[in-house]
Design a protein around this ligand. Sequence first.
Ligand code: ZN
Length: 209
Amino acid sequence: MHKQRFIVTQRTRGKLPVGKGVLPLDVLQLDISGRPQAWISAREAAVMVACDAIAWTIGEPVMVLRGGINRCSGEQSRIAVHAIVAARGAIPARAWRHEPALSNPKLFARDRWVCAYCGQRFHESDLTREHIHPTSRGGRDHWMNCITACRSCNHRKADRTPEEARMHPLYLPYVPSLHEDMILRGRRILVDQMEFLLASVPASSRLHG
Ligand SMILES: [Zn+2]
């Protein structure tokens, strides 16, 4: 049975978790215009709160971090961290790139861990990056020429074109959008974060399927 890679976590009702040490929560960082920038740790998000580096947030706080003790009041400071935070300041130049970097985990997630040739679903460790047009014959190592294949199908197709091998992909490659890329990169995605990102993912994406 295939294990779903995206873990969508429900927010705990009422009590907020109070973090110590390494926190098991990723915060979605946006730029001030609302474009996704990165997954950051709750601790990094708390530093942004402390430095007044957050322009706006979405939803309710999902975690409270304890800080230092105030000498005068004797009270420990508490920083509430939201699941989605928008950073103040100029939009970084890299935010305008349109193509996410290609990696095997993201490619397999785009293709829902299904082999393009036999149509079966596999664990990530049994999948390979298959170049539809082989790189040894001039094919590009790019989202549009790459597809997910199981080891045996990739081995069978070898260094041949789909026509030569008489093996045609069951689905088509595509370049994920920036929002989709954030979903493909996310490890534990909260419901609020998934809703925000999916709202901007094209209906044609396999993530909706
Ligand atoms: Zn296969």
